[in-house]
Ligand binder design. Structure first.
Ligand SMILES: CCCCC/C=C\C/C=C\C/C=C/C(=O)SCCNC(=O)CCNC(=O)[C@H](O)C(C)(C)COP(=O)(O)OP(=O)(O)OC[C@H]1O[C@@H](n2cnc3c(N)ncnc32)[C@H](O)[C@@H]1OP(=O)(O)O
Length: 285
């Protein structure tokens, strides 16, 4: 059974295509999240596919939410979150949107990010991130809300929002504060530190360092396998107890959280920094 070739199957929605093993090959579809369900294990591999860098915009957030809905509907046993790029998991929020947006578009962006966050963080199955390249800003955050992270050597990971001029949104602070030892969380959040996978593994930011994507997927599958003999209701009740604070915060303060994000992005200081950051990125070559 070939799992590497894209096959035609019914379109789930405008941005998500399920990959399955029905024998009708078609050319690669330009969907923002590709779904490949392994019929043997029941695990779905979700590959972000907004090339070149999987920068997160409303459409990619919505595609992730839709993909998770599909996994819930199909009673998935687990998800492996990865990317189709050979060297980038995700470069975080789309700088173009931060640079050229307005309060309406930033509200929509954050609204969509909250939805995707809740789908992943409160899913009824475990998620494992196969971090096959750089995971920066929002890209790092989306790996952090999975239950497990394996990262390929040679890339960088971290929450660098502060360097882009954005005050850290509350949920990012809450989750970083729980994942990393306190001192590392504080330094990382206030300095926007980017880490090698080896450094990240020493501070709990990643669980395993691997040599390539194939090994990352194997590690993710091994992690998901650990849940096969445990009743999922018990796992989910326990997980929700652990994660309740962040989930309740977003559910009960949705609009305030959006307003806080818009305020952070539209401040003169943030806009000046975003502008410089954007220009530096464009002048890199
Ligand atoms: C309550 C719910 C919470 C949920 C919240 C979810 C997420 C948000 C969380 C917090 C706020 C997040 C903020 C951010 O994420 S800010 C963005 C942070 N990201 C970065 O700083 C990454 C910047 N990019 C890089 O460092 C490099 O590009 C790279 C990723 C290391 C790759 O380097 P490489 O040399 O391989 O490629 P290029 O640099 O040439 O890039 C190729 C191409 O892509 C463009 N690009 C890169 N990054 C972005 C980006 N983030 N957005 C848009 N475009 C990007 C780059 O400009 C090049 O374009 P070109 O046209 O020149 O080819």
């Amino acid at each position: 059974m070939s799992r590497n070739i894209l096959f035609l199957s019914k379109t789930i929605n405008s941005n998500v295509r399920r990959l399955c093993t029905t024998p009708t090959p078609v050319q690669k579809a330009e969907k923002l999240v590709l779904i490949d369900v392994n019929d043997k294990t029941g695990y779905g591999t979700l590959s972000m596919n907004r090339l070149p860098v999987n920068s997160l915009n409303v459409e990619l957030f919505n595609a992730l939410s839709d993909a998770y809905d599909e996994m819930e509907k199909n009673k998935s046993r687990g998800v492996i979150l990865t990317s189709t790029s050979p060297k980038i998991f995700s470069a975080g929020l789309d700088i173009n949107d931060l640079y050229s947006g307005d309060s309406k578009s930033w509200s929509e962006l954050w609204d969509a990010s909250q939805e995707a966050f809740l789908k992943i963080y409160d899913a009824s199955f475990p998620s494992a991130a196969a971090i096959n390249g750089h995971a920066i800003g929002g890209g790092c955050f989306f790996s952090m809300i999975c239950d497990y992270r394996a990262m390929v050597k040679g890339y960088q990971i971290g929450l660098n929002e502060i360097q882009v001029g954005i005050a850290l949104p509350k949920v990012l602070v809450m989750i970083m504060g729980k994942l990393l030892p306190r001192r590392h969380a504080e330094i990382s959040l206030t300095q926007g530190t980017l880490y090698s996978p080896e450094q990240a593994s020493k501070i709990n930011l990643v669980d395993d360092v691997v040599v390539d994507k194939a090994e990352a997927i194997i590690k993710c599958e091994a992690f998901l396998n650990k849940f096969r003999k445990i009743p999922m209701d018990a796992v989910n009740t326990t997980k929700r107890t652990i994660r309740r604070e962040e989930i309740d915060y977003i559910r009960n303060n949705k609009q305030k959280d959006i307003d806080d994000f818009v305020k952070a992005v539209e401040s003169v200081e943030a806009q000046n920094t975003i502008k410089m950051y954007y220009q530096a990125l464009k002048n890199k070559k």
